[in-house]
Design a protein around this ligand. Structure first.
Ligand code: G16
Ligand code: MG
Length: 221
């Protein structure tokens, strides 16, 4: 039976995926590395340092910087990102998320968060959603970023439920891979092309339907 929902943060609960995009784009362009939305898809759900490495590799500049310089590039991106998230308020919870959380709660199911972001706690507090979640698993708790299944498995373990009793919700290809690797049912939010591995896909959060997700979950398990 279904016992829990585990949500990604950036791009699912709130629009912060767009802020990561803008902050990385500014840094890449400063380094004369072209940056497209298509390439940005590869960074979603990936840790800060791994994202920087992917950008430098793309620009053929992997060997141009010392570790110290790379740390300061990552810090610069994060400072830029933090200027965006400073402005987040409870109004920035994406449409459809609060009704879905209320529905999940009213059925007596558990709710978890799985975000590899070091800023996840601050974003959740700004959204005033921290109390709505039974567990928040972020960069502080895990050692491997998505697409490794560690983060979703850790959330299930802390919620005291089996992975097969969980539904994971993600906007990133790496995140869907992480959910499937954990042995969970995956709901994707975004383009069907990018999220082909998901069991059920919605174009955006306003279309999320508890009844439909439950029906599909019961069909597949
Ligand atoms: C998020 C984003 C990624 C970001 C990562 C690390 O993960 O999707 O783009 O690079 O966190 O974020 P930070 O630099 O804030 O530590 P998630 O899992 O919430 O999608
Ligand atoms: Mg995401």
């Amino acid at each position: 039976p279904l016992k829990a929902f585990i949500f990604d943060l950036d791009g699912v609960i709130t629009e912060s995926a767009e802020y990561h995009y803008l902050a990385w784009k500014a840094l890449a362009e400063e380094l004369d590395i072209s940056f497209t939305r298509e390439f940005n898809e590869e960074l979603k759900g990936i840790s800060r340092m791994d994202s920087l490495d992917k950008i430098l590799t793309r620009g053929g500049r992997m060997n141009d910087f010392t570790q110290e310089e790379k740390d300061s590039l990552a810090t610069k991106k994060n400072e830029h990102y933090r200027t965006f998230i400073k402005k987040i308020t409870p109004d920035d919870v994406l449409p459809g998320i609060e009704p879905l959380l209320a529905e999940i709660r009213s059925r007596g199911l558990k709710i978890g968060l799985a975000s590899v972001s070091k800023n996840a706690a601050d974003v959740m507090n700004s959204l005033r959603l921290t109390e709505e979640f039974d567990v928040i698993v972020d960069a502080a708790t895990i050692s491997k970023s998505k697409p490794d299944p560690e983060i979703f498995l850790t959330a299930a373990r802390l919620l005291n439920v089996a992975p097969s009793e969980c539904i994971g919700v993600e906007d990133a290809a790496a995140g869907v891979t992480s959910i499937k690797g954990a042995g969970m049912f995956a709901v994707g939010v975004g383009s069907a092309e990018t999220l082909a591995e998901a069991d059920l896909i919605y174009a955006n959060t306003s279309l999320l339907s508890y009844e439909e997700i439950l029906a599909e979950f019961e069909k597949r398990t």
